[in-house]
Design a protein around this ligand. Structure first.
Ligand SMILES: Nc1ncnc2c1ncn2[C@@H]1O[C@H](COP(=O)(O)OP(=O)(O)OP(=O)(O)O)[C@@H](O)[C@H]1O
Length: 258
């Protein structure tokens, strides 16, 4: 069980302030949704928390250790990141690509063994890619490629998942499937997740907590039930929002007709 903590974080990109004075603890058992309009800085913040983009100010710690002082291999055993875009340009098989998730757990020049290959086949099955193992990644559809990237993340087996729009390219059934898998991992294995999402209702349904980025360095965060309401979402998206109460809880939609 690992905790990622940041305090007093200031992050900017290309002259745009993403967050200032940002404090967040990703504790085991929490599933955070990261919400904000296009260009608000969700990807940049996720990349900063993964140690891929420097912060201007503040600290990021993995347990009690400064993230920047840890070897990348050690970081990769704890933090896994699903990038926003899945583009496979080199011709490799689906199985070999999934196995890249095992790299942080192998020593230099060590090849994947039978256990890794069995785990990879299980991970492919878990994302509904049975029968794809020997296919080339270059011919995958957008949703198949997305599910393959998620399988590689499962194989990496991190306790902190930083997810950039994990449901991109997925049909409704696979959206639910992937969100349930993240939820099960968070609850069942005491992992934690921070996931950029454009579908507020996926956040309402699955996330225990929400971070909102307002695109000018301002942010707020807290339990989902307290954070999601018409006012906060109208401010976030600069768009009128209507709340509908379903048996499963409140859901939010753009108000009005066409
Ligand atoms: N390498 C870069 N060079 C110049 N500008 C950049 C770069 N990376 C990001 N930006 C800009 O920084 C801002 C934040 O980008 P970011 O991708 O973090 O936003 P986002 O919230 O993830 O957006 P989206 O919801 O559209 O994916 C955007 O205005 C983007 O154009």
């Amino acid at each position: 069980m690992t905790t990622l903590t940041c305090s007093g974080l200031r992050v900017s990109i290309a002259g745009i302030r993403v967050v200032d004075g940002f404090n967040l603890t990703l504790a085991p058992g929490t599933f955070w949704g990261l919400l904000g309009a296009n260009g608000a800085g969700k990807t940049t913040l996720l990349r900063c928390l993964a140690g891929l983009v420097p912060a201007e100010r503040g600290q990021i710690e993995l347990d009690a250790s400064p993230l920047g002082e840890l070897p990348r291999r050690a970081v990769a055993r704890h933090i896994g990141m699903l990038q926003q875009h899945t583009a496979y340009v080199f011709d490799s098989t689906v199985l070999q690509t999934a196995l890249t998730g095992r790299h942080p757990h192998l020593s230099y020049w060590q090849r994947e063994g039978p256990e890794d290959i069995a785990a990879a086949r299980n991970a492919l099955s878990a994302v509904d890619l049975d029968g794809f193992a020997e296919r080339s990644v270059t011919g995958l559809s957008g949703g198949e490629a997305r599910r393959l990237a998620f399988a590689a993340l499962l194989l990496q087996d991190p306790d902190i998942l930083l997810l950039d729009e994990p449901t991109n390219h997925l049909d409704l059934r696979h959206q639910m499937h992937i969100m349930r898998m993240i939820d099960e991992r968070v609850r069942g294995r005491n992992a934690c997740a921070l996931s950029a999402l454009h579908d507020v209702n996926l956040a309402a349904r699955y996330c225990t907590h929400v971070v909102m980025l307002f695109g000018d360095g301002q942010w707020c965060c807290g339990p989902t039930a307290e954070m999601l309401n018409e006012n906060s979402l109208e401010r976030l998206y600069d768009c009128p929002i209507e709340r509908l109460d379903s048996p499963a809880g409140p859901r939010f939609y753009p108000a009005g007709g066409a």
